[in-house]
Design a binder for this molecule. Structure first.
Ligand code: ADP
Ligand code: MG
Length: 491
């Protein structure tokens, strides 16, 4: 359990995430204008009549965006509402000429209802994170304040592009249920999992650095072990995993300090300062906005049929949870290993290429990936090469120590396959019994006091002898053979 130690004891953190995903579709949510607004597209060339509030224009809901939402909903095991509505949420901003955002109101069923996904919890076991809803809404345009010394600009390319807002659930009526995020690391794993699902299903690109995935982070703290929920603050518009983790930790400590000094946390919207990693109050509850939601009179309710849902279900790819189950069931991986190897489609793909349908390899490949490759993300090893290395260990051609030496050489840029490198540098395991016996004899002769101790019952010294023989053979002896011969010779 992740806790923060304050002056008066330990505190837990409760986190709720509202994740905005830009939906991939040809056109915008309510009009036919192109939804291609990427940074390289010239500003104001993908402008829609609806988003720019041209008089008399009527919105038409984009079916593909709805299908994308359903696709995501099915991937998170969610209930799909057969009927939902769109409402106007009032704002006055230059990037929203309509004067309102068309969205699905919080007090009505959204297109995607309750669902969940599984992340690896901090204890190394899968943890369910419940999702309350995912709804469709319009994105706003982009204000540009840094293009001119005295002028601000608005680029409407993004205005009206579909967003899917995904909100995590925490059930205040069922305080025993802890299926929500309780640490900065879990927040990151949840967001990565969302990103993977969005990418795997083709619902979006979800590049945070391009703003296609943004998160509002709600944080509250409570005494370790407590089931109460305290007042929370919300950090808006976060677009980096690293900053999200920093922000959560800083915000939690800020709240702990307030509570420990006997004051109360006030519900506030927080701003994260990238320069120093702190959060500060942007606006407090007193001036909370009243959005005056009301149903959009220009839009009919959204009706979804069972057939539509079943058609979409057929198009779903294998999702991380299913892959994880397959790795554990078919290939005997631990929960932890399976979770690590399904963190992204790229990782899974690489892993499966290395295993290449040979279950006996899976555990070895998994170990090397998790302990070595993840520690050297800059190293672009070929799956075939790791497979060869793992096979060489399994067949007794090399031992673990030599494998590590070969791996280090590859890491340092030595070219060639593991077997090629082993041959070139004479890195073969010594399996020759006679050679090992002679090394054992040398070690026994040089360590008579330890031999006497061993013989008088201190069998724990075996490891010492194994180490000495390995050293004697330059780390190349077959450890199993060394063990065997030592045991015989030491009696
Ligand atoms: P709002 O309408 O202010 O956006 P919601 O009720 O939709 O609020 O909640 C937004 C997010 O905040 C959800 O993910 C929810 O689970 C989370 N949340 C609610 N209460 C708390 C709390 N006490 N601590 C942390 N997160 C919370
Ligand atoms: Mg909110």
């Amino acid at each position: 359990m992740y806790t923060i130690t304050g002056k008066t004891g330990d505190w837990e953190v409760v986190i709720g995430l509202e994740t905005h995903i830009e939906v991939l579709s040809k056109s915008k949510l309510f009009d036919g204008a192109s939804a291609d607004y990427k940074p390289n597209v010239p500003p104001n060339t993908q402008v829609g009549f609806i988003g720019t509030a041209m008089p008399g224009m009527l919105p038409t809901l984009n079916r593909e965006c709805v299908n994308q939402a359903i696709r995501f909903g099915l991937a998170i095991n969610a209930d799909i509402s057969r009927r939902s509505i769109f409402a106007r949420k009032q704002y006055f901003y230059p990037d929203l000429p309509q004067g309102y955002q068309i969205t699905q109101p919080a007090n009505e069923p959204p297109v995607v209802g309750r669902g969940y996904l599984e992340i690896m919890g901090d204890d190394g076991h899968p943890k369910k994170i419940r999702i309350e809803r995912a709804h469709l809404e319009q994105d706003a345009a982009a204000n540009k304040h840094d293009a001119h010394p005295t002028k601000s600009f608005v680029d409407f390319n993004r205005c009206g592009v579909a967003l899917l807002e995904i909100v995590t659930f925490l059930d205040t009526k069922d305080p025993e249920n802890r299926e929500y995020i309780t640490s900065p690391d879990e927040a990151e794993r949840y967001l990565r999992q969302i990103r993977e699902i969005v990418r795997a299903t083709g619902v979006g690109l979800a590049n945070m650095e391009e703003g296609q995935m943004r998160a509002d982070v709600n944080v509250s703290v409570r005494r370790a072990g407590s089931n109460e929920f305290n007042e929370r603050c919300e950090i808006k518009n976060m677009v980096s995993f690293k900053f999200i983790k920093t922000a959560i930790e800083f915000e939690a400590r800020r709240q702990i300090e307030i509570l420990e000094s006997g004051k109360a946390v006030e519900r506030s919207t927080m701003h994260f300062n990238q320069n120093d990693g702190t959060t500060s109050v942007a606006r407090s509850k007193e001036d909370a906005l009243d959005y005056r939601y009301f149903p959009d009179p220009d839009l009919l309710p959204l009706i979804i049929t069972d057939e539509q849902i079943e058609e979409i279900r057929k198009t779903l790819p294998e999702l991380p949870a299913a892959r994880r189950a397959r790795y554990m069931g078919d290939w005997g991986l631990s929960e932890y290993d399976a979770s690590r190897l399904t963190e992204s489609v790229e990782i899974s793909k690489w892993f499966e290429e290395a295993v290449a349908g040979k279950p006996a390899r899976a555990k070895g490949v998994a170990n090397w990936m998790i302990t070595e490759l993840f520690a050297h993300p800059e190293f672009e090893m070929k799956p075939d090469d790791l497979a060869e290395l793992v096979d060489m260990i399994a067949s007794g051609e090399i031992n673990g120590k030599i494998a590590k030496d070969i791996f280090t050489k590859m890491l340092e840029g030595v070219s060639g396959t593991p077997r090629g490198i082993a041959e070139k540098h004479g890195l073969r395991q010594v399996n020759d019994t006679a050679a090992i016996e002679s090394a054992v004899d040398t070690v026994i002769a040089a360590n008579s006091p330890q031999v006497a101790e061993y013989k008088s019952g201190k069998v724990g010294l075996l490891g010492f002898f194994v180490g000495a023989v390995m050293k004697q053979t330059g780390g190349r002896a077959n450890p199993a053979t060394v063990n065997e011969i030592l045991k015989t010779k030491l009696g």
